[in-house]
Design a protein around this ligand. Structure first.
Ligand code: FES
Length: 148
């Protein structure tokens, strides 16, 4: 049986091969920090890292990530002390909070590859992550702060 590594631990893929990674995380492993928004790859709420790259887990079949390494919001840092998470707290980014795990995972992947982003870089990187509460301004501030 193939397996997948999630937050540093290996799990057998013992579900239907077309089960989206999002449901494997939420229903099989009870890692419910990753959220379901649109289910169509359009909102970003379900963003996780696959081998460090931000990816939408709602449209990723579990069979496609066999042998890969997944990081979810639960595994981003030991104690919630990733620089992005700290900046999120400092700027009190969330309102309802629903989209925020996806926002943070996308921001963390982006900053890992762009240490000194411009405002335009940040806007371009985050434009696919939708927030119904409109926390965009605080998201941008927090990412700029985390990049310092
Ligand atoms: Fe996956 Fe919206 S729930 S992109």
């Amino acid at each position: 049986m193939s397996s997948v590594t999630i937050n540093g631990k290996e799990y057998p893929i013992d579900v239907a091969p077309d089960m989206p990674l999002l449901w494997f995380l939420r229903d099989r492993l009870e890692l419910t920090g990753t959220k379901f928004g649109c289910g169509s790859g359009l909102c970003g709420a379900c963003t996780v890292h696959i081998d460090g790259t931000a990816t939408r887990s709602c449209v990723m079949p579990i069979s496609a990530v066999a042998g890969r390494s997944i990081t979810t919001i639960e595994g981003l840092s030991e104690n919630g002390d990733h620089p992005v998470q700290k900046a999120w707290l400092k700027h009190q980014v969330p309102q309802c909070g629903y989209c925020q795990a996806g926002q943070i995972m996308n921001a963390a992947s982006f900053l890992a590859n762009n240490k000194q982003p411009s405002e335009q870089d940040i806007e371009a990187a985050m434009q696919g992550n939708i927030c119904r509460c409109g926390t965009y301004q605080r998201i941008k501030l927090a990412i700029a702060d985390a990049a310092d």
